[in-house]
Design a binder for this molecule. Structure first.
Ligand SMILES: *Cc1c(COP(=O)(O)O)cnc(C)c1O
Ligand code: SF4
Length: 395
């Protein structure tokens, strides 16, 4: 059945927690404290499939189970194929490992200069500042360290990381990630951003966070003040399906935008979640309406136990082809594969070049029509002699 977007409705309300006073609901500490982390808690509200139940029991040794009440409300409890449900409720598939799968699929550990600091590209670093998230995505690339279910014992070393950046003048761009940096206390985040801002050669600071999606209540006026104070701070959020674009997320994005935070979105291509052109189109339209610029679509990394969520690379190419030319260019993300083994992000694009020869490049447009652009300049002649190609009325 093709996905049809309800263009009017932005989901709102407290759903199952209607009885909770609004200011309690809007307290991010309450949301964290009341996360659903056990099978028994989930089963109070829904019937899990046998596969989900298996997955939940296994989760403790792989990647913790945690879902905020806010995000749990977005799950269709009667539909095991619900695209929100597939992202956060474990499945039995997590217990099988394909030969191509890895614990560190994009080879981050090999580029870790000090604990938590990945220097893979010439001018920018990835700074992992916590191993905690508000909720856990079952396909997380950093399952090995996030939530510490695998006893990886990741301890972010701010001081070492900061000192590394201070002593490497080539680092002009710092990406804070984790885990989720916005789970740090205001005071800590303020300190960290202040320290980074004080480094002369750091000119670009950004945060990768799914907090606005899992826990929009965390985007408080106080947090926005901190981001504003150290700005410009850019932010990449992580939305995979239009159902996640609620009124609460929209409000959080407004607060961030008004604090001067440019917003981008990263999606992961996931089977049964967003491997569909209509779903992606609805998603990017919603993102644009929230002032969020779609940035990347990732091919799902080869993380252990993810085969039930991965799609073919061709699907991603097909989705980009279905968007380019058919809708707003601002809405079209770059499809990338983060190369297994540490090659970094490599862009994949549909091919619009039909053929190239000595004289011309022949291109296919979004409607399938063929157009030629010359590759060699012809002989230029004076204007009077070129009248046949100019509008006659000019003379
Ligand atoms: C994704 C990533 C970056 C940032 O890459 P951009 O393409 O600039 O967004 C930096 N370092 C690492 C290790 C990354 O994985
Ligand atoms: S929010 Fe990011 S770091 Fe946290 S579990 Fe999801 S993908 Fe992993």
């Amino acid at each position: 059945m093709p996905y049809t977007e309800n263009r009017e409705a932005w989901t709102k309300g407290q759903g199952l927690w209607e009885h909770v006073p609004a200011d309690t609901w809007n307290d991010w500490g309450w949301q964290l404290k009341n996360r659903l982390t056990k099978v028994e808690q989930l089963e109070q509200f829904m019937t899990l499939t046998p596969e989900e139940k298996q997955g939940c029991y296994f989760a403790n040794s792989k990647l913790a189970l945690a879902i905020t009440p806010y995000f749990f409300n977005l799950i269709d409890r009667d539909d095991p194929s619900c695209p929100v449900r597939r992202q956060v409720i474990p499945q039995g598939g997590e217990m099988t490992i394909a030969p191509e799968e890895m614990l560190d699929p994009v080879g981050e550990d090999g580029h870790m200069k000090v604990p938590g600091l990945v220097h893979r590209y010439p001018d920018r670093v990835l700074f992992l500042v916590t191993d905690r998230c508000a909720a856990y995505c079952r396909y997380c690339t950093r399952s090995r360290l996030v939530s510490n279910a695998q006893d990886y014992n990741f301890h972010p070393e701010y001081e070492q990381g900061l000192r590394y950046i201070e002593s490497h003048p080539e680092v002009r761009d710092v990406l804070l990630s984790g885990g989720d940096p916005l789970l740090l206390a205001d005071r800590k985040l303020d300190h960290l951003l202040g320290r980074l801002r004080a480094i002369k050669h750091v000119e670009f600071i950004r945060i990768g966070s799914r907090i606005p999606v899992f826990l929009p209540q965390r985007v408080t006026p106080e947090l926005c003040e901190i981001l504003k104070k150290h700005g410009p701070v850019w932010m990449s959020i992580h939305v995979n399906h239009p159902k996640e674009c609620t009124q609460a997320l929209k409000d959080a994005c407004d607060r961030l935008s008004y604090a001067g935070v440019p917003l981008g979105n990263q999606s992961v291509l996931l089977k049964g979640v967003n491997d569909d052109a209509d779903v992606m189109k609805a998603l990017i339209h919603r993102l644009l309406r929230m002032r969020v610029r779609p940035y990347y679509i990732y091919q799902c990394d080869l993380i252990t136990g993810s085969s039930h969520l991965r799609t073919e690379v061709q699907k991603g190419i097909e989705i980009i082809r279905s968007l380019r030319g058919h809708t707003t260019g601002y809405g079209i993300p770059q499809f990338v594969i983060d190369a297994p083994g540490g090659g970094g992000k490599i862009p994949i694009n549909p091919d619009y070049v039909e053929r190239v020869d000595e004289n011309e490049i022949v291109l296919r447009n979004y409607e399938g029509g063929l157009f030629s652009y010359p590759l060699k300049p012809g002989k230029a002649v004076p204007v009077e002699e070129a009248a046949h190609i100019l509008d006659e009325s000019l003379f």
